[in-house]
Design a binder for this molecule. Sequence first.
Ligand SMILES: Cc1cc2nc3c(=O)[nH]c(=O)nc-3n(C[C@H](O)[C@H](O)[C@H](O)COP(=O)(O)OP(=O)(O)OC[C@H]3O[C@@H](n4cnc5c(N)ncnc54)[C@H](O)[C@@H]3O)c2cc1C
Length: 567
Amino acid sequence: MDTNTSGWEHSVDLLVVGSGAGGMTAALCAHGRGGTVLLIEKSDRYGGNSAMSSGCMWIPNNHLMAQAGVSDTPEEALAYLKAITRGVVPEERLRVYVAEAPAMLRYMTENSRLELQVLPDYADYYPEAAGGKPGARSVEPKRFDARLLGDEFEQMREPAVQVLMMKRIAMTVLEARILVCRSPGWKNLTARLMGGYWLDIGGRLKSRRDRRLALGNALIGMLRLSLMDRGVPLWMNTAARELLVEDGRVMGVVAEREGRAIRIRAKKGVVLAAGGFESNGLMRKQYLANPTRAEWTCGSPESTGDAIRMGTKVGAELDLMNEAWWGPTTVVPGEDRARMLVIEKALPGCIFVNKHGERFVNEAGPYIDVVTAMYKRHTPQTPCVPAYLVFDATYRSKYPCGPFLQASQQPDWRLPKAFKRSYLRKSDTLEGLAARLGVDADGLKAAVERFNQYARTGKDLDFHRGESLFDRYYGDANVRPNPCLAPLDKPPYYGMEAFAGDLGTKGGLKTDARARVLTEAGEPIPGLYAVGNCSASVMGHSCAGAGATIGPAMTFGYLAAGDAIRA
Ligand SMILES: Cc1cc2nc3c(=O)[nH]c(=O)nc-3n(C[C@H](O)[C@H](O)[C@H](O)COP(=O)(O)OP(=O)(O)OC[C@H]3O[C@@H](n4cnc5c(N)ncnc54)[C@H](O)[C@@H]3O)c2cc1C
């Protein structure tokens, strides 16, 4: 379908749509290869979902693994990806990911401000699968000083509240684990982080935002500064609206900038890096399993599926549209995004139950599997969406959960009224709690009784919680014999709803191993690339480990840039 491609107002080699990790990496790599580049961002904040995230990247066989004493090979990494994706993803794409992800990471550390630390014990999500590893394939950004960005810092999208301590203090992945699992030194670390935050007097006078950035904000800070170093322009408040095609080749886009339509020519290609559709309620209903709601996502409000719609208009094929980076979420009164229950669900002394009060999943398993199980088991007779997170007073006293700190630091009487009224249900008996949650009381009592026996023996005979090394990563090492299992036997009992949420969607434009967008016939559309959550994920229905979304977004951004500039 040809469009009118005359009257360009701006011209570059590569146009990148979307300023998340995928887009910024593509822009940096294209510039590094000698191309002229423009990055456009539709909102008044750059960084997208990537800025809100934990910023981990899953990069098998990466150059930091040796430091952690973990060996890896391309063969093992490929075997692992094949085992978890089960034939859904063409082997060629998996092979390219295995070969190019470590190359991307090295390139970025040598040619940008990206600085990383390895997560030595963060196991792959399926470490017992062929080629799985006990850690070190996931890396996170080091802390980054926001002052290096000057005024540009103010335009960076804020971190998700769930990745901050007390909604304001930044923590790295390594620090978060120590704090939440109460590992040795957690009290000193808390004091150090709080001290560092309050002693940044200059920062406190300006805003409540922590300037010692960590996680996704650190990653985006490093990438933004690298773009500034290179003088690569980023146009904010500029939304791509339509792809312009001539003789079957994508020549550029129409974008809306300050209320005006402008035509931008992209001589070597357009990289769509505009995120998924998690915040588009209609697309969720159309493509994802139902019931589903945009309120259940933790992802970016700007992820409204724009790139997917633009791509399909020029003949692109879609894939994996029913998929998301699923995880159970809690919708907290007064907060604008849901929070994912990533760590809380693995800690001992809690269970998920359905409307019948029955357990239905290994709570400590990968978060993607929890929601997959919710939908799989969800029928009108056995509703599992929402499910309910149930725990007892011991759990409540020891661990932070969702928006509240452990009761030893934030007792029930200090919880906001809205939480007590309609969010956190509580009762001195399991029957009472069941009535408050609207769950079957006999079912809940039976499930708790059975689970308590498993907790005592350390063996969950139903769902094998705590058997995988991954389950134990967020367990409590002080709890024996199984760090993920403790009885729910101390009243009062608590419960809250857990929804079929996500960190973002992962179905979208179908691409080949060079990130080129494909037609239904499997042919690349010349001049069009897609990376990150607007493209169908290289992980298929699965998720390899921490960073399995940002690692591929950056890797395919690097590959798209190389392919376009070379062409
Ligand atoms: C709390 C949380 C923690 C997470 N932790 C991790 C983690 O540790 N590791 C990991 O791998 N993943 C993590 N994720 C998921 C991850 O953040 C996303 O999957 C990933 O950032 C998507 O990157 P992207 O580059 O595709 O899109 P994004 O980062 O969302 O960037 C897309 C950008 O495109 C812009 N845009 C949209 N439409 C247009 C348009 N029409 N024109 C111009 N611009 C447009 C958006 O405004 C946005 O800025 C987490 C998510 C959350 C919410």
